[in-house]
Design a protein around this ligand. Structure first.
Ligand SMILES: [Fe+2]
Length: 164
């Protein structure tokens, strides 16, 4: 199995001096790893989750260059091709890359989440974005009700945002 640290290094290389993006994916990776382990994912699903968390926003760079926008739909459009190049260069298998790319291409779409790694990635991204966006109490509550499904994700969100 290729070490996830290699993917982290490759993403830092990809983002260069974009420290905000680097710090963002490192946080999402940590939450995703934590939730995945606590939810008892098998080794393959855990690996898929961790790699996906590291590369999930890879489409941002091209979206900003091409459309002058980091909107979710552009990221979903541009991300998979970038992820495919990066992961192929690291030696990942095609079938694995396809699974990563599917989630990368849908990670801002919340109405048809069809796997646990996908669900957990979305929860991890929310845990970070709520903080980075300075979300208010009502937004946090709505996210809890509408997005969070796993017991661990819900527990973490409650601890971080609802406990005084
Ligand atoms: Fe993100």
């Amino acid at each position: 199995m290729i070490k996830t640290g290699k993917v982290i290094e490759a993403m830092i290389e990809y983002y260069g001096s974009d420290l905000r993006r680097i710090n963002h994916f490192l946080k999402v990776f940590s939450f995703a790893k934590t939730i995945g382990e606590a939810e008892g994912l098998d080794a393959d699903s855990q690996n898929l989750l961790e790699v996906t968390a590291i590369v999930h926003d890879i489409g941002i760079k091209i979206s900003e260059q091409k459309y002058n926008s980091s909107a979710g739909r552009y990221q979903e459009l541009e991300g998979p091709a970038q992820a495919e190049i990066l992961l192929t260069n690291l030696g990942y298998e095609k079938s694995f890359i396809e699974k990563v790319c599917y989630i990368v291409g849908h990670h801002h779409t919340y109405n048809n989440i069809d796997s646990l790694p996908y669900q957990i990635l979305v929860e991890a991204d929310f845990l970070v974005n709520l903080y980075e966006d300075g979300a208010g109490a009502q937004t946090v509550k709505n996210s809890y009700d509408r997005i969070f499904r796993t017991a661990t994700g819900k527990k973490l969100l409650k601890k971080m945002y609802f406990s005084k």
